[in-house]
Design a protein around this ligand. Structure first.
Ligand code: UD1
Length: 423
């Protein structure tokens, strides 16, 4: 299995270009099932999760082709199967996004339940309750969620929690339902807006995406088209935190600053300097950082997916910081890894208390999940000495060629394939 080796402590400088958003690309790829005409997607990130979704779609009967770097074509005009394969779904929760489109198109879907993961139980009850509201009969059979409908009919769907995945799955299902659906207490993340814009580009009638109330007027069919995915706000945010801790000045390019208010406000509160110039955000912190208090919340609040990375900055800030994680019940796995690097962090239920230390020290650590893995890379880059990160397949799920791009900023970082631990 691959490892990442970092010789830390070098100030980093220069510019880094942000890739397309993984969390927008995955549901939009699933949504190509809704159209019987060809669809071309651009700015798709080159990630393992994207490959997994492409394979899930292929197994369902979609023809896809990689046309160029970041450009894929999808054609779902042939026969489509209602059953998603367990072997693929179990490797990626986001495969569950095919449930809404399958139900809309075939009036039946059978998708393995994705199960929990390192950061929490992550049930799909809100998705299923929404499908029922649209007229589907939902059951669990042999580890799969099964939904069958004679007709899908638009309805009012009140979400118990503004779940990102449920909002997306239900928007896709409702896109081809009869009449109007209204999703209340909808998630407001930028990826929801991107999915709505994509569906509308294909002829759907969706309004209100980005607000808590989304209206979907069902249409009979969607046409084909071309669409470009938004920049990845979590990748951009990870590089912004790096700008604040690396002792240099990093220009994060081709990002969408409008998606970054919660993070940029916290970084400024900590003492970082941030300059915005169009789609470019330049971050540095010449006078060091101070401790702050953060609570993760649904968008536009502070994203849970940036919590681990910001914690690294807090580990070396002056004074104490507090993070309360309200979205996932088990998202502090990186704390014990950071402790191995000399960080002073304790957790009390869903709150982490971080007392800043002068510096972190390199150590062998694990990437316990995707964003925790990104945090380990950040920590390794600012630590004294050598850091060796294992379980990097988690990082590969969400960051395209991370080591190569960081080397261009001056980082002493390399990826090695370790044949001894190969499985
Ligand atoms: C998406 C993102 C993930 C991000 C998360 C929160 C993708 C592919 N992933 O995940 O990176 O961390 O949003 O911003 O876009 N919940 C239920 N029942 C449900 C659905 C969710 O109880 O049916 C709970 C979850 O367990 C979790 C919370 O709601 O505690 C938020 O989950 P949700 O917003 O659905 O996150 P995902 O869509 O899974």
């Amino acid at each position: 299995m691959a490892k990442i080796l970092i010789q830390g402590g070098k100030p980093l400088n220069g510019s880094i270009i942000v890739s397309g958003a993984k969390n927008a690309a995955l549901p939009i790829m699933a949504a190509t099932l809704l159209s019987t005409e060809p669809v071309v997607l651009r700015n798709v990130p080159d990630l393992n999760d994207v490959n997994t979704m492409a394979k899930v779609l292929q197994a369902l009967g979609v023809n896809y082709k990689k046309l160029d770097h970041g450009v894929y074509s999808f054609n779902a005009s042939g026969a489509i199967s209602e059953e998603a394969p367990y072997e693929l779904v179990k490797t990626m929760r986001a495969s569950f996004f095919v449930m809404g489109p399958l139900l809309a198109r075939l009036k039946k879907a059978r998708v393995p339940l994705p199960g929990g993961c390192a950061i929490g139980v992550r049930p799909v009850n809100i998705h299923l309750k929404g499908f029922e509201a649209l007229g589907a009969r939902v059951s669990i059979d042999g580890g799969c969620a099964v939904a069958v409908a004679d007709r899908l009919v638009g309805n009012k769907i009140m979400l118990d929690f503004p779940s990102v995945g449920a909002t997306e799955n239900l928007m896709m299902a409702a896109a081809l339902a009869e009449g109007q659906s209204v999703i209340e207490n909808a998630a407001q993340e930028p990826e929801i807006i991107d999915l709505a814009n994509f569906l509308n580009a294909l002829g759907a009638k969706i309004s209100g995406a980005g607000s808590p109330i989304i209206k979907i007027d069902g249409v009979e069919k969607l046409k084909g088209g071309e669409y470009s995915i938004i920049p990845d706000r979590i990748e951009a945010g990870t590089f912004m935190v790096l700008g604040a801790i690396s002792g240099g000045r990093i220009s994060v390019e081709k990002c969408e600053p409008e998606h970054q208010h919660a993070l940029m406000n916290k970084l400024k509160e900590m003492g970082a300097e941030i300059e915005i110039d169009g789609d470019k955000v330049v971050v540095s912190a010449v006078n060091g950082l101070n401790g702050v208090e953060v609570k993760t919340l649904p968008f536009p609040g502070f994203p849970t997916d940036m919590q681990a990375q910001l914690m690294v900055a807090m580990c070396v800030a002056n004074g104490s910081s507090f993070i309360t994680e309200t979205i996932f019940e088990n998202r502090f796995m990186h704390v014990s890894e950071l402790a191995r690097m000399g960080a002073n962090v304790t957790t009390h239920d869903r709150t982490a208390v971080i007392h800043g230390v002068k510096s972190l020290k390199g150590a062998p650590v694990s990437a316990t999940d995707l964003r925790a893995g990104a945090a380990m890379v950040l920590a390794g880059l600012i630590a004294e000495g050598k850091t060796e990160i294992s379980q990097v397949y988690h990082i590969d799920r969400g960051y395209e060629d991370l080591t190569g791009r960081l080397r261009k900023l001056g980082a002493n970082i390399e990826r090695i394939e370790d044949p001894e631990t190969d499985e």
